[in-house]
Design a binder for this molecule. Structure first.
Ligand SMILES: [Zn+2]
Length: 494
């Protein structure tokens, strides 16, 4: 029996604004699309939180024995400085400033993104397609939307006709906006644009002569609009209608709203069953953004090289900190919160490692199967990781008490505790035991220095002071200080 047949998962659907029972389109299989990064700068910690939220979803679905196809794209063209079809392409701008090829920018920051995700122990998606690799698919969708009568061409650019679409469909159903309000709140651009209405959005933009990122199309040499790539790639790899679409909260409008409109216009289907949106990570109560400098980069966190940090934090502690909040809640980043998370994480890991030392009893005073189901219940309730962590802390307390002989546990219960904690800590939350490597290295160093101290003592006993001094002096040069005391020789590191 598959685990998903025993566990009833509920997902908060941004479209219906309620938690709904998760029923995949094809039994036992899940198609999930998540909007990936625009690779024009180093990924910041706020972006990481979004991708780690969906790593948790991916991991839990896999843990439940679903066969998951997880598609997360790389935006390497078409994302303009302003989300509303104006300004320069972000990647082309960076390339112009640095006088390199746009693809050099794409390569550099794609590598940075992959490295950072690997440091966080996030699983790679099943497919990671790029916008530039799917220009033909995007052109085909534009042709279909024009054919269906929901797009128009002006001076080599093609725009989606939001007003025409809204006559027969509901533009704004995801974000809860309606077109009349949008019209009332938009200043007329006074003919600065080719658009019929300011709400219309670009499907294809004609490239200016200076624009280096351009492709041929039936309308002009140009480039696709940003919203289109996700419709093209999700349809290609997951079909017209798939299970889960995720992204950051800030993508709900206009990006995801436009994705729905494109699919409904071109393919006459509502593309997604469950829309999921991950909330922001703030710094000093404000949104992290590169442009304002209110920003922290993952490598600064891992090295401690940022004025707001008192020390370095491991990726796994940073991830544990993020998972101590629900993915739909805002989370404020601070040094104090990280320090507290590190303590909690270490406490949990110490307890986990102590399970094997518990002496079993004939009967149990703790209901481990009920506790185990509580762990599943938290995750079945829209991936409620803070509640899951509370359950793991609960188990840590039980382990500590059992170790001290205050609570009795049968060998079977001890095994259930160990297996369940292992599954949730390492498989579902994807955390890593950071102390293991360090402790090993530290142990080896202590052993090596002890050997040298022993040799020095032997030399002194033989009155070979030249050798004993040489050992002490050379260790000092290597940053290891020996100190002779009443109870023998100890050492400290510089
Ligand atoms: Zn997208």
């Amino acid at each position: 029996m598959k685990l998903y047949e025993q566990q009833e998962l509920h997902i908060y659907n941004s479209l219906s604004k309620t938690k709904e029972k998760f029923i995949p389109i094809h039994e036992g299989a899940v198609g999930m699309y998540v909007c990936g990064p625009t690779v024009y700068s180093n990924v910041h910690l706020g972006n990481c939180r979004t991708f780690l939220s969906f790593d948790l979803v991916f991991r839990y679905l896999k843990h439940l024995d679903y066969k998951v196809r997880y598609v997360r794209n790389i935006t390497d063209a078409g994302h303009l400085e302003n989300d509303a079809d104006s300004g320069e392409d972000r990647i082309a701008k960076k390339a112009r400033i640095e006088m390199v090829e746009p693809m050099e920018i794409v390569q550099r920051y794609t590598v940075d993104f992959h490295t950072t995700m690997a440091q966080f122990n996030a699983l790679p998606p099943s497919i990671e397609p790029t916008a530039t690799g799917h220009i033909i698919e995007q052109i085909q969708i534009i042709e279909k939307i024009i054919y269906e009568g929901f797009a128009y061409e002006v001076n080599g650019s093609v725009y989606f006709d939001v007003h025409k679409f809204n006559e027969t469909h509901n533009y704004g159903k995801l974000s809860g906006r309606n077109l009349e309000d949008m019209v009332a709140n938009t200043r007329d651009l006074d003919g600065q644009s080719d658009k019929k209405n300011p709400q219309d959005f670009a499907l294809w933009k004609k490239a200016e002569p200076v624009h280096i990122m351009r492709w041929p199309s039936p309308w002009s040499d140009g480039f696709p609009g940003w919203h289109l790539e996700c419709t093209a790639m999700s349809t290609k790899y997951l079909g017209k209608h798939f299970d889960i679409h995720g992204g950051g909260m800030d993508l709900k409008f206009p990006h995801h709203e436009c994705e729905i409109a494109q699919s409904e216009a071109a393919m006459n289907t509502d593309p997604v069953n469950y829309w999921m949106h991950a909330n922001m990570l703030t710094l000093n109560g404000k949104k992290m953004a590169k442009s304002t400098g209110n920003n922290i980069l993952p490598f600064e966190l891992f090295s401690g090289e940022n004025d707001i940090l008192s020390k370095a934090f491991s990726p796994t502690v940073a991830k544990f900190f993020m998972y101590q909040a629900n993915y739909r809640s805002m989370l404020d980043f601070s040094n104090e919160a990280l320090v507290a998370s590190e303590k909690g994480f270490n406490r949990m890991m110490e307890a986990y490692k102590m399970i094997s030392e518990i002496k079993s009893s004939a009967n149990s005073e703790f209901d481990t199967s009920k506790w185990k189901q509580s762990c599943y219940d938290t995750m079945n309730d829209d991936f409620n990781s803070p509640m899951l962590i509370a359950q793991l802390f609960e188990a840590s307390k039980v382990i500590n008490s059992a170790k001290e002989g205050k609570i009795a546990l049968t060998s079977e219960d001890i095994e259930t505790l160990q297996k369940t904690m292992h599954d949730f800590i390492f498989e579902v939350l994807g955390l890593e035991d950071t102390s293991a490597g360090q402790n090993n290295d530290g142990d080896k160093l202590s052993e090596a220095v002890s050997i040298l101290i022993g040799l020095r003592n032997q030399a002194r006993a033989n009155k070979d002071f030249a050798t004993s001094d040489l050992i002490r002096d050379q260790l000092k040069e290597a940053g290891i200080n020996l100190k002779d005391g009443k109870d023998g020789t100890s050492f400290s590191l510089n």
